[in-house]
Design a binder for this molecule. Structure first.
Ligand SMILES: C[S@@+](CC[C@H](N)C(=O)[O-])C[C@H]1O[C@@H](n2cnc3c(N)ncnc32)[C@H](O)[C@@H]1O
Length: 270
């Protein structure tokens, strides 16, 4: 039997570690969700209870357990061609600005399983052509190691394509296995995936990006981390460069230097 008080202590410690280390916050009404997610890690490492898990993560700093907790606590839900309205603005307003560049550099921060990064590659191929695709570098990063591995594999179940036009699915994916599809090599070649914590600022990039996608991640951060992330992204975006968020994300009220152009589209001053 678990002592509920011990579990509560472990829960509280893990919750604040997730907030401080990863910027992932869980409000009180989501307590049961986080508890269930953490208990999955308890079971897979056979560490008994949440208090013991907290010791492994915080005091013993067991890296593989820390990674498992980060992965369990993060919501990885994503899919191809998410939020068409924002993608249309990216295609119509931003891509024309990039087509004559020697190199096109785009970052999908919080990329999850890579659906967003590959969607960007497909939009570039469709809008600017194969020549532009060949000079495009898309970096996808995420805090969770398993999703980064899956992004690299580039194999997806059919449900990830509910919002994908059928002709795009046919052109850029190879059917494989049971209702699975692999991204074609020319799109995969433009995308690289790495594990990275957005809370670890400043970001370690030598060359600035022209566009950064930072979608459906800021919700999970508290206000201070939202501001810090937006400012750090600003620093690695070239002057006149762009930030793409979800239309529902609360950027305007955060007092960052980004200037809104359209819902979900922001620009750094030139
Ligand atoms: C809901 S997904 C968003 C995926 C994609 N951007 C989209 O809009 O469909 C959020 C991702 O953020 C990642 N994440 C959470 N905290 C993070 C952090 N501190 N640094 C980097 N990635 C983080 C999660 O692992 C998850 O894969």
């Amino acid at each position: 039997m678990h002592d509920p008080q011990v579990d509560q202590n472990g829960y509280d410690q893990l919750r604040s570690w997730l907030s401080q280390r990863c910027g992932i916050t869980y409000p009180d009404h989501k307590k049961e969700l986080l508890r269930q997610r953490l208990m999955r890690v308890v079971r897979s490492f056979d560490c008994g209870d949440l208090n013991r898990l907290a010791v492994d993560v915080i005091r013993s700093e067991r890296h593989e357990v820390q990674l498992a907790v980060m992965h369990a606590a993060s919501t990885n839900h994503t899919f191809f061609f998410r939020e068409r309205e924002v993608l249309d603005n990216f295609t119509n307003m931003i891509l024309p600005d990039l087509q004559h560049r020697e190199e096109i550099r785009i970052w999908s921060a919080a990329a999850s399983t890579g659906d967003e990064a590959y969607t960007i590659g497909i939009l570039i191929a469709e809008t600017l052509g194969q020549g532009a695709l060949a000079k495009t570098r898309i970096l996808g990063t995420d805090i969770s190691a398993p999703v980064v591995d899956r992004a690299e594999m580039g194999v997806y179940a059919k449900r990830q394509f509910d919002q994908t036009p059928p002709d795009i699915l046919a052109r850029y994916f190879t059917p494989m296995g049971i209702e699975q599809f692999q991204v074609k090599p020319e799109i995969r070649a433009t995308c690289t995936f790495r594990r990275m914590n957005l809370k670890a600022t400043p970001y370690p990039f030598k060359n600035p990006f022209q566009v950064v996608f930072c979608r459906n991640i800021l919700y999970y951060f508290d206000r201070a981390d939202q501001v810090a992330t937006l400012n750090a992204v600003y620093e690695v975006t070239e002057p006149g460069g762009w930030l793409v968020t979800s239309v529902t994300e609360p950027i305007r009220d955060l007092g960052s230097k980004w200037k809104q152009v359209e819902p979900g589209i922001y620009r750094r001053e030139g």
